[in-house]
Ligand binder design. Structure first.
Ligand SMILES: NC(=O)c1ccc[n+]([C@@H]2O[C@H](COP(=O)([O-])OP(=O)(O)OC[C@H]3O[C@@H](n4cnc5c(N)ncnc54)[C@H](O)[C@@H]3O)[C@@H](O)[C@H]2O)c1
Ligand SMILES: O=C(O)[C@H](O)[C@@H](O)[C@H](O)[C@H](O)CO
Length: 328
């Protein structure tokens, strides 16, 4: 699991740990990683902490080898680690675009390559890409991030076709997330005047984590969408993208900021971690607990859609039968 020291990665590591087995925790911040390891242990798993910057392909490959040497064959690889800059494109420098892309896009590529190198010869294994509604829909103030998320989506489709072509038993799937209450809004480099926030509705990281674990177990589906807002955004964007352009131009600046000013001492994790030796543990949750939903009816329904369809069919048949017997 990359990006396991905070947010969705941290919550997912804990969710997976509850099944036992080794969970390798890959991220940069030592303090956050050690706290994540304690969480994994408490949940019943065996943590393996590996400090790695995912933008370094050799380091990611070495991390994968270390996992196999110390814990055995990697069954599942989950890419989560990312960074961003909250600012209009004209306020983001070229080297910042490069850095976001190297971490948030190429980090996923390097993780996927390290996993495929080991899984393809064994003809088994699962790669899960943690994505976003923003893999399909760009929003203002997040150009570097949205570019990376779109790129992951394209890369993943290509790899999926290649695996299908060679009739591989290895599976790759992507989980598109809604807005989630994670530390990102307190440690991503922000040039916004006000405190950054996820665009409501906001879900707790455990909702996202349950979605990832479901995808680990059901990787035959090409994508899983979490949250009605995700399904709505991707669906609407496919039909009326121009309407969304104008809607987001009008609402997207305010919906991504609270009324409070940006804290002057806010850290920035673009170049170095905020949860490293000089930092603190940020945990899985961000600062929006009071506004975040602990469940998503849509996510539940998509997981149980077969049972729901069968149930709806049965109800439909019963109603039709009742109607027919009433007419007799
Ligand atoms: N929070 C949301 O609203 C939201 C919404 C949709 C999708 N997502 C996706 O979920 C994933 C996690 O998001 P989050 O909000 O939990 O993020 P987060 O900022 O809370 O955590 C990111 C994790 O990545 C790690 N990381 C950052 N830079 C790294 C680097 N160079 N090398 C290694 N590790 C690094 C951090 O240490 C941390 O463990 C991302 O891929 C993001 O695109 C999040
Ligand atoms: O959704 C995402 O992919 C991002 O990680 C968030 O940073 C956004 O700011 C917000 O949640 C928009 O919905």
């Amino acid at each position: 699991m990359t990006g396991a020291s905070g947010g969705i990665g941290r919550a997912t590591a804990v969710e997976l740990a509850a099944r036992g087995g080794t969970v390798a925790l890959l991220a940069r911040g030592r303090v956050g990683l050690e706290a994540a390891a304690r969480d994994v242990e408490a949940a019943g798993g065996t943590p393996l902490v590996i400090e790695v910057d995912v933008s370094d392909a050799d380091a990611v490959e070495a991390a994968a080898q270390r996992v196999e040497d110390e814990a055995g064959p990697i069954e599942t690889w989950v890419n989560v680690a990312f960074t961003s800059v909250f600012a209009p494109a004209h306020d983001i420098a070229p080297d910042e675009f490069r850095r976001v892309t190297e971490v948030s896009y190429l980090g996923y590529v390097y993780g996927t390559l390290a996993a495929l190198k080991r899984m393809r010869p064994r003809n088994r294994g699962v790669v899960v890409q943690v994505g976003s509604a923003l893999a399909y829909r760009g929003i203002p103030l997040q150009s570097a991030y949205c570019g990376s998320k779109h790129a992951i989506q394209g890369f993943t489709e290509s790899v999926r076709c290649e695996l299908l072509h060679e009739k591989s038993g290895v599976r790759i799937t992507m989980v598109q997330m809604p807005a989630v209450n994670t530390p990102q809004f307190s440690w991503v480099l922000s040039r916004l005047p006000r405190q950054a926030q996820p665009v409501p509705p906001i879900y707790q990281p455990e909702v996202a984590a349950r979605g990832v674990v479901w995808a680990v177990d059901h990787p035959q589906r090409r994508e899983w969408w979490i949250g009605a807002s995700t399904a709505g955004t991707i669906g609407l964007n496919a039909v009326v993208p121009g309407v969304l352009d104008r809607y987001l131009a009008r609402t997207g600046f305010d919906s991504q900021q609270t009324a409070d000013p940006r804290p002057p001492d806010q850290p920035a994790n673009l170049w170095s971690p905020a949860d490293g030796p000089d930092g603190r543990d940020f945990g899985a949750h961000g600062i929006f607990d009071a506004r975040a939903h602990s469940h998503s009816l849509q996510a539940w329904a998509t997981r149980h859609r077969r049972a729901l369809l069968v149930g709806a069919g049965a109800v439909g048949a019963a109603v039709a039968a009742a109607g027919a017997s009433a007419r007799r």
